[in-house]
Design a protein around this ligand. Structure first.
Ligand SMILES: Cc1ncc(COP(=O)(O)O)c(C=O)c1O
Length: 510
């Protein structure tokens, strides 16, 4: 499983061929359980003996038996020398990385760790505006100076796409003192960037490339999926293994390639971020998810991709429903697509995405991953069955047969108003008046949001989903942003990040 990588030094660290059918860490936990050791150690439930009965009955004895703590025979995530080291080496080989590290706080901690590793206070990093809010956490922690890149926006689809190689090249030309480029690929909607070109541009300019590939842990394991960040040769990249593969929630991986990143610094940062008491079943699930992909990934993902494509085709035959596919490939910022992300545009049915999501849940007992004003997004993974896909299609067919309860394109409708006023464009990036870290740590006060124009925001304001910040700490609150966010609230969007999520008050620098 060697990766074809562009612009990176050859991987030299791991042995040539490991046995990918092994799960050394899971095995170590099983051996501990089988040995019948009498526990006088954390966690206090003592392998389930102290667990409240109804909870124990529900979750089962086995998961409690392997909920242990680092000790002899069970490696330590912070100082791995045995089975975790082996499990991480197997993962590195499977992904084509020089080193892979298991994370127990999702890609959220991965973003923070990448920034803290690559950047010192005041150093410049180019970041796309459609980054997840955890990127801002990385900026606050590292004290780095962000240069925002606007992703390509598809006005017809009302969707922000990936950052293009041209934007990266222009940003580097305008800011030659940039230390690193940070990218999100794929986007929440499954749109992937041209990573190979971006790696080439970034490395030719002597910069590091950090990639938030939270939504692409499966890419490496199927040729029909976009090229993965490790295959492209990104210096650091992160995957939420729990999002699209079978790991438990919070399970993620950080991959490192080449010698642009200081490995000692990365290890020191991870030690700071990782709990001394990680959840061991979670770590075991990362070990097993890697084994599953390395040994059966291509076959499992083939089935998933086939089911997703077939379902997309069925959905597109329903009047009023549209799920984009290959036909949008090649548009600005759409280099490649993950077919397992099913973005379903529902406005033709007379619903906003939020309303469709609620109807799917209430009437059909179906919960989608994401809703925005125009779409719902359903994930297709190796856990999605044909029966589930049928139910999704049937629900949309039934919704399409009904009278439209709402005319969202009526003159007074939210969409008409917004489209007419042209306000559905992502708002312009507001001017940055202070570094995110300085604003976050400054003396602050709460003011009436409607009257906050001109003040410097001290918190992150992200309409959710998809959790893309429209205001970051250190940025000036503009009248346009106040207008935009009030419309979002009116359309029923939840706002994440601020102390007051109704946005009546906003925290600003004094
Ligand atoms: C692009 C992106 N990066 C990072 C994250 C955070 O990942 P996690 O939930 O694994 O912490 C998310 C979560 O949705 C995301 O969409």
């Amino acid at each position: 499983m060697t990766a074809q990588r562009v612009g990176a030094e050859p991987a030299t660290q791991h042995p040539p061929k490991l046995d990918q059918s092994k799960t050394p860490y899971f095995q170590a936990l099983l051996e501990y359980v089988d040995s019948g050791v009498l526990p006088f150690h954390t966690p206090g439930h003592m392998q389930g003996r102290g667990t409240e009965l109804s909870f124990r009955e529900f979750v089962g004895d086995n998961i409690l038996a392997i909920d242990l703590t680092p000790m002899p025979g069970i490696d330590d995530l912070l100082q791995p020398t045995e089975s975790i080291k082996e499990a991480q080496e197997l993962a590195a080989e499977a992904y084509g990385a020089d080193h892979t590290f298991f994370l127990v706080n999702g890609s959220t901690s991965g973003n923070q760790a990448m920034m803290m590793t690559a950047l010192n206070p005041g150093e410049k990093v180019a970041v796309p505006r459609n980054s997840h809010k955890s990127m801002l956490g990385g900026l606050v922690m590292s004290g780095a100076y962000p240069i925002y890149m606007q992703p390509a926006v598809d006005q017809e689809m009302h969707m922000d796409n990936a950052v293009t190689p041209e934007t990266v090249a222009r940003t580097i030309a305008e800011h030659p003192d940039l230390k690193a480029i940070y990218l999100v690929s794929p986007t929440y909607y499954g749109v992937a960037a041209d990573l190979e070109s971006i790696v080439r541009i970034t490395h030719d300019a002597g910069k590091m490339l950090l990639v938030d590939e939270a939504w692409g842990p499966h890419f490496k394991f199927h040729p029909a999926l976009p090229i993965s960040a490790t295959e492209a040769g990104a210096d650091l990249s992160i995957n939420s293994t729990h999002k699209m593969l079978s790991a438990f929630s919070q399970g993620a991986m950080l991959h490192q390639i080449g010698d642009r990143v200081r490995l000692d610094r990365l290890k020191a940062v991870l030690k700071m971020f990782l709990s001394t008491s990680p959840n061991l079943p979670l770590l075991a699930s990362l070990d097993v998810a890697r084994m599953q992909m390395a040994t059966q990934g291509a076959a499992l993902l083939s089935q998933t991709i086939e089911l997703a494509q077939e379902t997309r085709h069925r959905l597109n035959s329903i009047e009023g429903v549209y799920s984009f596919g290959e036909e949008i490939q090649g548009r600005d910022g759409v280099f490649d697509l993950d077919p397992t992300k099913m973005t379903v545009r529902v406005t033709g049915l007379g619903y906003t995405g939020y309303e469709a999501s609620e109807i799917l849940r209430r009437r059909y007992n179906i919960q989608v991953e994401l809703a925005d004003l125009f779409n719902v997004v359903a994930l297709f993974t190796i856990g999605t069955t044909r029966e589930a896909a049928d139910r999704l299609v049937n629900a949309f067919e039934e919704m399409a047969r009904e009278d439209r309860p709402l005319d969202i394109y009526a003159p007074s409708g939210i969409l008409t108003q917004r489209l007419k006023r042209g306000t559905y464009k992502m708002p312009a990036i507001p001017p940055m008046r202070m570094l995110p870290r300085d604003a976050f740590l400054a003396d602050t006060e709460f003011v009436d949001f409607r009257k906050s124009a001109g003040r410097i925001c001290a918190e992150t304001i992200s309409p959710y989903p998809p959790g893309i910040p429209v205001l970051a700490p250190g940025e000036e609150i503009t009248p346009d942003l106040i207008d935009y966010l009030r419309l979002e609230l009116k359309a029923g969007v939840r706002i994440q990040g601020p102390n007051d999520d109704t946005l009546r008050k906003i925290r600003v620098v004094k």
